[in-house]
Design a protein around this ligand. Structure first.
Ligand code: SF4
Length: 406
């Protein structure tokens, strides 16, 4: 496998969704369910079959195996799946990530990952405090986090991500800063720091609506975000996306494919693909997914969307605005055929006047204030195409489904 090359943009990404978790975390709205052991062999066969059926004849640059919790699979099933993925993906892959829960990454499974070519591991740490983990209904204990990182290093991983969450009910600024400090002390190569979201239909949202949890104060949450930027910058991490921070050479290439609105193949139940201008989402039911691959009539695809050129341009703009470098004007024109300065003239006038966006000779990017109000900026950019054709505006949600979260 080639070394990670942050400048390479040749090839597509593959995303593989494994839906099983030991239990459901209260805030999670990704497709996941308690592990059904009897389905695992069929699921592995179905995923391998889907890749074989659908893989485009294009080099594969990144692989991201997420979920769910991929490391919930027994070692022999994980081995079978990863062997097949690696064989079909070929030698052009520069980054191969697998998501793991700190409590399910055994030495045996970590050895399987390394042996099959996985070179990046992403742990869903979320917090170093039991009170926070209890609110989130995570199954791991804070002590599992350093243990799992140690085990990953022993297995040979030199590229380790931790996901952390701020804005948890009851979390103080001091506790958030302490979680950041511990993640830094562990020598983590990459940190994804997301604010807690109250997604429709989750247990946490129900608890909030019932008054059983009190959401974090908005101004405290904004202060936590600003503290994150400053603390991680002082520790040598480069913020390259609103919520993502990396040591030099350690940006997540798989996620950069989403944020640049480039092509990817998604396989497994609920996975989203974006190929040849068509976005499609697989069926959100592991039994139906397995049955489809075994020849049952249920349709694999439950949503598909072919964007108009202008809708695609707007979607590309809001994805690229997430990047700290912003919208590369030359790249944007080459990818979409539109000049962003004229396409988003009204949105730019409004957001630059408000100090949320700045225009450089080469890029359009969020200011520091704009980072705090990015949703407002993105709505302004989307309104440019909604005004043009209200029925064809892209949905930001649809393209951010597969970003790291386990
Ligand atoms: S947050 Fe991650 S570990 Fe928790 S239920 Fe969702 S996918 Fe599973």
């Amino acid at each position: 496998m080639a070394n990670t090359n942050e400048n390479s943009t040749i090839g597509i990404g593959w995303y593989v969704h494994l839906p099983f978790c030991r239990t459901k975390c209260g805030y999670c709205d990704f497709y996941s369910l308690p592990t059904v052991s009897s389905l695992i062999p069929d699921l592995v066969r179905a995923i391998v079959g889907e890749i074989d059926l659908r893989m485009p004849n294009r080099p594969v640059r990144t692989i991201f195996v997420g979920g769910g919790t991929p490391t919930e699979l027994p070692a022999e099933n994980l081995d079978e799946l990863l062997e097949a993925i690696g064989r079909m993906a070929g030698a052009a892959v520069s980054e191969w990530t697998v998501e793991a829960n700190p409590s399910s990454a055994s030495d045996l499974k970590l050895d399987v990952l390394r042996r099959r070519g996985v070179n990046r591991i992403s742990f869903g740490a979320q917090s170093f405090f039991p009170e926070d983990l209890a609110v989130l209904e995570r199954i791991h204990d804070p002590s599992h986090i350093p243990e799992s990182i140690d085990a990953a290093r022993r297995a040979g991983f030199d590229n380790v991500n931790l996901d952390l969450i701020y804005g948890i009910p009851g979390q103080s600024m001091q506790r958030w800063r302490e979680s950041l400090a511990r993640a830094i002390d562990l020598g983590t190569d990459h940190l994804s720091c997301y604010s807690l979201m109250y997604e429709t239909g989750t247990a946490l949202t129900k608890f909030r609506d019932q008054g059983r949890v009190t959401p974090c104060d908005e101004s405290l949450e904004a202060d936590m975000f600003e503290a994150t930027i400053d603390v991680l910058a002082n520790a040598g991490y480069v913020q390259y996306e609103i919520s993502n921070f990396a040591k030099p050479g350690r940006r997540c290439e798989a996620n950069l494919i989403y944020w640049r609105n480039e092509e990817y193949l998604g396989v497994g139940p609920s996975a989203v693909s974006y190929l040849d201008g068509l976005r499609r989402k697989n069926i959100v039911d592991v039994r139906k997914y397995v049955n489809w691959m075994a020849g049952q009539p249920d349709d694999l695809v439950v949503e598909s969307e072919s964007l108009t050129p202008m809708a695609r341009a707007a979607e590309t703009a809001i994805q690229m605005l997430r990047l700290i470098e912003g919208i590369d004007r030359t790249h944007f024109i080459a990818a979409t055929g539109f000049d962003p300065i004229s396409l988003f003239a009204d949105a730019l006038s409004e957001t630059t006047t408000a100090g949320l966006v700045e225009i450089t000779p080469t890029h359009i990017r969020l200011t520091r204030r704009g980072l705090l109000l990015s949703n407002y900026v993105m709505r302004a950019f989307l309104s440019a195409v909604e005004d043009e054709n209200p029925t064809r505006a892209p949905t930001q949600q649809f393209v951010t489904l597969q970003i790291e979260k386990t």
